[in-house]
Every structure is written in structure tokens, then in C-alpha cells.
Design a binder for this molecule. Structure first.
Ligand code: NAD
Length: 421
């Protein structure tokens, strides 16, 4: 039996390791393979100077971790955030390995990050930061080696600077080095909303299994960035009442339902989200505990833990964010009958369409958005079905089922590839 008290639920890497350790209790895999695939294959730390617009210069720390490359090149986003450190990047890279394996796409897992505060930086500063960071990690990235993508505080414009910097470095235009680019330079139709669309597809699968009628459901979304905003918008479009949304400043609640596009227009116009006039302000902590059927955490890790899990009222939690729920909170949810669609399944739509983007770039082809969405739906529904079958057969929660599927696939790759030399 695993002693949960040995793992700190506030630390992403310890969450990742505990999730892995729980799953391997149900698997028969040789110990050396488990040791090999639990920890990162390669870690790269860089220190580089950034000159600010006012002329002062600071030294920044950045990381790129390639957790696993057994099933294909490393794949994973780049995060700019004050909390970024090597352990967080290790955890996020590990989650990418399991995510790509759950949806069975030919990638390993990687992640990158720079410890910085983009909220206080100008666009020119962000561009210089991006170009220098990419130059620093350029020896280990590339279309066949490691392919970055957007994550917290990085977006299609940042990806465009990455294409340009890497292309200058190589001496020719190479857009397959990164995904999540603007369509004008090789981005895929459907990529911007893909993570959120994937969340909606697995929510539909979960609702069907649970007998939950989404037409009369209320949803709460934490985080109003790429994943959270588009999830709220897609839920609203399909008739789910989005009763609350939030960002780093706090949330807004309206039991009659919010129009996410109107909230977005208010924020884009310089308003603070909690001050949106057609609703009542609330804190992020209050938002998570609202009465609702569907909860979509789409901000940062560690939001749902021993302190609040017992107060969560949703029937289904669809993890748009990576690592929002601690394994300790998972146990409480399992006992209470709250159905969790875990991050490595729920938000895999982003990396799945990133895979489509990479394939299109390599083949110099463009797919239509309806082709992209159809293929995405197929992959998400298949992965959900496979995880759900393990969840039922093995009587484990959905997260452990997803890890069992993913670890099994990565372990099989190691077994087949063998040991060099
Ligand atoms: P983003 O930077 O576009 O948005 C992040 C949002 O979270 C912002 O609205 C921000 O204000 C809010 N936020 C930040 N700290 C918060 C806090 N303490 N409480 C509440 N809200 C807070 O980032 P994103 O790309 O939407 O990523 C969100 C999550 O989804 C992350 O966990 C990321 O790893 C995960 N994810 C993103 C993608 C993708 O394609 N972008 C794919 C898979 C998973």
C-alpha cells in the first residue's frame, strides 16, 4: 500500500510521481523499465540575459526537459510564469509523455519554461526573451527531436517568433519545429480551440456514461485563457449554462448564465474579470465550490486538494489544466462519486491537433477545420473508451486507468526497443 503522506500534494513533481506509483501497483512491468520511464530522459537548464526596454538587464533561468522519447520526438509546451522551476517543468514534461501515450500519438513528452513575469513585460521584451531562450535551447529542439507548443502565457505570436528564430539559426524556413503557430505560417486550422474542443468531446462521452443531461447542466470554468475561455465559449454554444468563470484576478458568477464572449470583450477592453457588470464577483476558491454539474479547472496545477475537495459539488470534473487535482483529492472524489476526466486525457486535444499540425507541415499539406475536428473527435472518443473500460474492469479511478494505459504503452516501447548497446 502506498503511504500518501509521503508525497507533498502541493508539489507538481510529487503529484506526478504519486500518480505514477499508484498506477504501477496495478501493472506487471519490470522494475528497471519503470525506473527508466518514470523520470526524465534529458534535462537542459539555461541562464541568459534579457535587456528590458528601460535599458536595465536581468539574468533569467529557463529549462527544457525531455521526459521521454521512446514513442517519438519529445512534445510539449513552453510556459512563462514566475513559479516555473525545474521540478515543475519535470512534472509537466512527464504529464506530456502519458498524455501522448493515452491518445496514442507518436510523440514522447517534453516541456519548457522560463521563470519570469510576463504580466509586467512589454511585447518587445517578450520577443527578445523568446528569441534568446529558443537560441539557448536550439541544440536540443527540432522537428525530429523535440517540438514545443504554447502553454501558460505563450501564444501563437510567441510560436511565430520561435519559427523565425529557429529558421534563422538553421538557414532555411522550418515551421515544423513548433506547433500552435498562426495559420499564416503553417499553423493548423482548429489548433487554437483544440484543447478546449477535446475537453468538450470527453465531457460528452462522460455525460453519456453518467446519464448526465448536458442541456440542463451548469458549468463553472476556472482560468480564462486559451483553454478556459474557449471551453466556456464552446460549452455556451452547445447550450450548457456557464454560471461562473475566473482568471488570476478572481471570478464572476451569474446563476442565469454568462456569455463568455461578452466577458472576454470586457476583459479585452481593459476591464477586470470580477468587475464584469452582469454578475457577482467571487474568489477563485469560492468559484471551485459553486453548485454546478460540470467543473472545468483550466488555470494552474494544485487548485483542488485536501483543503477543498470535500466541498466540491460538481458531478464531473474535466481537467483542462495540467495537474489541477491532487491524488489525495482524487481519493475524496472517488469516494464521493465525482467523476474526473483526468488531464492526460481531458486536455489531450491540444497535443492531438499539434500532431496534426506537425504532420501537415512535414507533408506540406493543409487540412480543413472540419477534417481536423472530425479526426480529433475520433481520437478523443477512442481514448476515452479505452480509459473508461480499464476504469470499470480494474475498479480504479479514471486517472489511474489513464496512467495504466499510458505506462503500458510506453513500457512496451521500451521492451521492444531493448537496451543499447
Ligand atoms: P493561458 O496563459 O492562456 O491562460 C491561463 C489562465 O489562467 C489565465 O486566464 C490566467 O489569468 C488564469 N490564472 C493564472 N493563475 C491563476 C490562478 N491562480 N487562479 C485562477 N486563474 C489563474 O494558459 P492556457 O494555455 O489556457 O493554459 C491553462 C492550463 O491548461 C495550464 O495548466 C496548461 O498547462 C493547460 N494546457 C494548455 C494547453 C494549450 O493548448 N494551451 C494544452 C493542454 C493543457
Amino acid at each position: 500500500m502506498i503511504d500518501f503522506s509521503q508525497y507533498d500534494e502541493t508539489k507538481p513533481l510529487e503529484m506526478h510521481n504519486l500518480q505514477f506509483d499508484i498506477a504501477v501497483e496495478h501493472l506487471e512491468v519490470e522494475d528497471w523499465i519503470l525506473d527508466k520511464i518514470k523520470t526524465p530522459r534529458r534535462e537542459f537548464s539555461v541562464r541568459f540575459p534579457l535587456r528590458f526596454d528601460d535599458g536595465h538587464t536581468v539574468l533569467l533561468s529557463g529549462y527544457r526537459v525531455q521526459h521521454n522519447t521512446l514513442r517519438g520526438p519529445a512534445k510539449g509546451g513552453i510556459r512563462y510564469h514566475p513559479q516555473v522551476d525545474l521540478d515543475e517543468v519535470r512534472a509537466l514534461a512527464g504529464w506530456m509523455t502519458w498524455k501522448c501515450a493515452v491518445v496514442d500519438i507518436p510523440f514522447g513528452g517534453g516541456k519548457g519554461g522560463v521563470t519570469c513575469d510576463p504580466a509586467t513585460m512589454s511585447s518587445a521584451e517578450l520577443e527578445r526573451l523568446t528569441r534568446r531562450y529558443i537560441w539557448e535551447i536550439s541544440p536540443i529542439i527540432g522537428p525530429e527531436k523535440d517540438i514545443p507548443a504554447p502553454d501558460v502565457n505563450t501564444n501563437p505570436q510567441v510560436m511565430a517568433w520561435i519559427v523565425d528564430t529557429y529558421s534563422v539559426f538553421k538557414g532555411y524556413t522550418c515551421n515544423s519545429v513548433v506547433t500552435g503557430k498562426p495559420p499564416a505560417i503553417g499553423g493548423s486550422a482548429g489548433r487554437l480551440k483544440a484543447t478546449s474542443r477535446g475537453c468538450v468531446y470527453v465531457l460528452e462521452e462522460a455525460a453519456r456514461e453518467m446519464g448526465l443531461d448536458l442541456n440542463s447542466a451548469r458549468a463553472v470554468v476556472q482560468g480564462f485563457g486559451n483553454v478556459g475561455y474557449h471551453a466556456a465559449e464552446l460549452l455556451h454554444e452547445m447550450g450548457v449554462k456557464v454560471v461562473a468563470v475566473s482568471d488570476v484576478d478572481g471570478g464572476v458568477f451569474n446563476p442565469a448564465g454568462l456569455d463568455p464572449a461578452a466577458v472576454q470583450a470586457h476583459v479585452a477592453g481593459g476591464g477586470s474579470l470580477p468587475e464584469y457588470p452582469q454578475g457577482e464577483a467571487l474568489t477563485n476558491a469560492e468559484l471551485l465550490e459553486l453548485d454546478c454539474e460540470v467543473l472545468v479547472p483550466a488555470a494552474l496545477e494544485g487548485q483542488i486538494n485536501l483543503a477543498n475537495a470535500d466541498n466540491i459539488k460538481a458531478q464531473v470534473v474535466v481537467e483542462g489544466a495540467n495537474g489541477p487535482t491532487s491524488p489525495q483529492a482524487d481519493q475524496i472524489f472517488y469516494d464521493k462519486g465525482i467523476f474526473v476526466v483526468p488531464d492526460i486525457l481531458a486536455n489531450a486535444g491540444g497535443v492531438t491537433v499539434s500532431y496534426f499540425e506537425w504532420v501537415q507541415n512535414l507533408q506540406k499539406l493543409f487540412w480543413t477545420e472540419s477534417d481536423v475536428n472530425q479526426q480529433l473527435k475520433h481520437i478523443m472518443a477512442k481514448a476515452f473508451g479505452e480509459v473508461f473500460a480499464i476504469h470499470q474492469k480494474e475498479k480504479v479511478n479514471m486517472r489511474t486507468a489513464a496512467y495504466m494505459l499510458a505506462i503500458g504503452r510506453v513500457a512496451e516501447a521500451k521492451q521492444l526497443r531493448g537496451v543499447f548497446p
